[in-house]
Design a protein around this ligand. Structure first.
Ligand code: GUN
Length: 309
């Protein structure tokens, strides 16, 4: 069997077209959704992510502001910026790019974002609403995963889902979303015993551990749906061959850019067993940005009491 590839790029494009239509509809009422992205420190991956988010806003007609703060920014300085953005009427969504530098109190910072502008869905009020399956702003990567399953008509109800990773950003919220859709959900982590055996029970396997190519065929039930949330760089051509087989595009990427990307899933090994697989890149990543845009428009509507329409 060769796994069918779940095309996150194509689904993200469709979502963004819908969001752009919503933005045009709001424009007719003189409403322009706005996103503030706060980038603290010099993490190169975070810089790329924030730039992509701002660029996507521009493509869809969403107003955006990028706030870049130096590594030595204090918690109080960040709190001050967020307090200002909370009050700013042209801002509907506030995104604090993570990870923050280690000296910053991340919990205090995230708790200070106005829950109505919390487009990442990280505020405890929104997390609580998600736990209770009430309408809320849902974290973008988990929301994107569910959107992907829906748009490929992959059934969730009654199926076994196994999540590898228990982070607040992905593992816990995706477990809740799948539970609310009536899956039977198991959440695994670094202390889980016999991880491959637990993972092999999954009809839907979501890997968000952040371990390069850890998930091999022995983790996957034949025909399972495998969602790969990991992003890791591969710089060595022998490793490219081992992970992807003879893949000239990947080799070229290493030669020109210095790297290619692989997720938590070993693509060559797992694609022989899985029924469906998200690629890296072009799987979950683009969906995360698309859902951020959708959340920003949603926040703009909710803040104006239009969400019932
Ligand atoms: N860092 C890694 N993933 C995310 C995310 O979804 N949102 C934010 N703000 N930071 C991240």
């Amino acid at each position: 069997m060769t796994a069918k590839i779940l095309d996150g790029l194509a689904i993200a494009k469709a979502i963004k077209e819908e969001v752009a239509e919503d933005v045009r509809e709001l424009a007719r009422r003189h409403i322009r959704p706005g996103l503030a992205a706060v980038l603290t420190g010099s993490n190169p991956a975070s810089q790329i992510y924030v730039n992509n988010k701002v660029k996507t806003c521009q493509q869809l007609g969403i107003y955006s502001e990028k706030h870049e703060l130096p590594d030595e920014t204090t918690t109080d300085e960040l709190l001050e910026l967020i307090a200002w953005l909370n009050e700013k009427d042209d801002i509907d969504g506030i995104l604090i790019q993570l990870p923050l530098p280690p000296h910053i109190d991340t919990v205090r910072v995230l708790d200070s974002v106005d829950p109505t502008k919390d487009v990442d869905g990280f505020h405890p009020l929104n997390v609580g609403r998600l736990v209770q399956n009430r309408p809320t702003l849902v974290p973008c990567t988990p929301a994107g995963i569910v959107e992907l399953l829906d748009r490929y008509d992959i059934p969730v109800e009654g199926r076994r889902a196994v999540i590898l990773g228990r982070s607040n950003i992905v593992g816990k919220p995706v477990a809740l979303l799948l539970m609310h859709r009536h899956a039977t959900v198991t959440v695994c982590h670094s202390r889980t015993r016999d991880l491959p055996a637990v993972a092999r029970e999954a009809d839907i396997l979501v890997s968000a551990m952040g371990r390069k190519a850890m998930v091999t065929a022995e983790y996957v039930k034949p025909g399972a749906v495998v969602i790969d949330v990991g992003i890791n760089r591969v710089t060595d051509l022998a490793e490219v061959e081992e992970l992807f087989g003879p893949d000239e595009k990947r080799r070229q990427s290493v030669k020109t850019k210095g790297y290619t990307l692989v997720g938590d899933v070993h693509p060559k090994s797992v694609s022989r067993v899985a029924g469906y697989l998200t690629p890296v890149p072009g799987g979950v990543g683009p969906l995360t940005i698309a859902m951020l845009m959708k959340n920003t428009v949603r926040a703009a509507r909710r803040r104006r009491g239009l969400d019932h329409e």
